[in-house]
Design a protein around this ligand. Structure first.
Ligand code: SAM
Ligand code: SF4
Length: 326
């Protein structure tokens, strides 16, 4: 199989599928407190449509699939989609990104349906602060959800913490410590500017976070390769868990980008941080041939920009993160 590669010779083998624009949280950096106007339900791809697109993409060279949202676990019967996708030959990594609030309820059925692992987004270990950041008193649900995921074998469970100056940056040590004491795999994520939250939130560069957590001990590079993502991983000596850094701002990783994104309403998005999209839903619903759909997938790949332009102040205007899925 020749596989997919873009105009900059980057192999494209990873598809992130947003299954809904709905979410049960209102994270400060992702959604306005009043939420967004929601997509009408008939605009959202049915599971059979998602499966058809995924199947085609896998035939063309995609081998990793991640489900995201909004919050993917608010979509009804998500395990049945996982089951459908897990039967596609050629997907060797099927994972989920979730806020974890509903994870306890679904961990076992997700695992039984064929999900391999989960990433959980968690920005504070303090109950009140968690509520301030997300608009919901759900810290305990998330911690229980992570435990349930681990018990169900959805491992490694990775924790994504978006670090915001003056809001939760005083917790980076506590998160890093959990990589030593509880075997957590923590990833510190640099906040990305989106038009939805204005200039009120401030990012903290990974270099500063790294410097702060070095007070816990030396960090050794750790090759946690599963998923082939943009994070750089390290480990404290003897720690069971790891710490990682995702640095879209201070050190962009576009040169190794291997991703395509499918929005809940069926648009292929070549870049998270660009507004370009290729519609697959309309042709799919109008009965386009496999050949035509393949052409559209290749077109989306060809539209991948060399790199994002966030640092030059060019930020996506069309969709917010919760409408793309991170
Ligand atoms: N609802 C799920 C969740 O929170 O994990 C999946 C969708 S969410 C959009 C995916 C990821 O994007 C989360 O880890 C979230 O923290 C991250 N995210 C959202 N907005 C962000 C921003 N402005 N900067 C950095 N990460 C962001
Ligand atoms: Fe919802 Fe995830 Fe966005 Fe938070 S980050 S508002 S949980 S979609």
């Amino acid at each position: 199989m020749s596989g997919l590669s873009d105009s900059f010779q980057r192999p494209i083998n990873y598809l992130r599928i947003s299954v809904t624009d709905r979410c049960n949280l209102r994270c400060l950096y992702c959604m306005p407190s009043g939420g967004f106007p929601l997509m009408p339900r008939h605009e959202i791809l049915r599971y059979e449509e998602v499966e058809a697109i995924a199947r085609l993409a896998v035939e063309m060279g995609i081998s990793k699939v991640r489900l995201t949202g909004g919050e993917p676990l608010v979509r009804r019967e998500l395990p049945s989609l996982v089951d459908m996708l897990s039967r596609i030959e050629g997907i060797d990594d099927l994972s989920l990104t979730t806020n974890g609030v509903l994870l306890k309820r679904y961990a076992i059925s997700l695992r039984e349906a064929g999900l391999k692992r989960v990433n959980v987004s968690l920005d504070s270990l303090n109950r009140e602060r968690y509520q301030q950041i997300t608009g919901y008193d759900g810290l305990n649900d998330v911690l229980e959800g992570m435990e349930a995921a681990r018990e169900a074998g959805l491992e490694p469970v990775k924790v994504n913490m978006v670090v915001m100056r003056g809001i939760n940056d005083d917790e980076v040590l506590a998160f890093a410590r959990l990589s030593m004491e509880a075997g957590w795999h923590v990833r510190f994520v640099e906040l990305m500017p989106f038009s939805t939250y204005g200039a009120t939130l401030k990012f903290v560069p990974a270099s500063e976070i790294q410097k702060r957590i070095l007070s816990l001990g030396p960090l050794e590079p750790y090759p946690l390769s599963q998923g082939n993502g943009p994070a750089r991983y390290f480990r404290f000596p003897e720690a069971k868990g790891t710490v990682g850094f995702i640095t879209p701002i201070s050190e962009h990783f576009c040169f190794c980008c291997n991703r395509l994104r499918l929005t809940a309403d069926g648009k292929l998005r070549p870049c998270l941080l660009g507004d370009e999209e290729v519609d697959l839903k309309k042709p799919l619903r109008e009965g386009a041939s496999q050949k035509e759909l393949r052409r559209l997938i290749r077109q989306a790949v060809a539209l991948k920009p060399q790199r994002h332009r966030l640092t030059e102040g060019i930020i996506p205007q069309g969709r917010s993160m919760c409408q793309v899925g991170g």
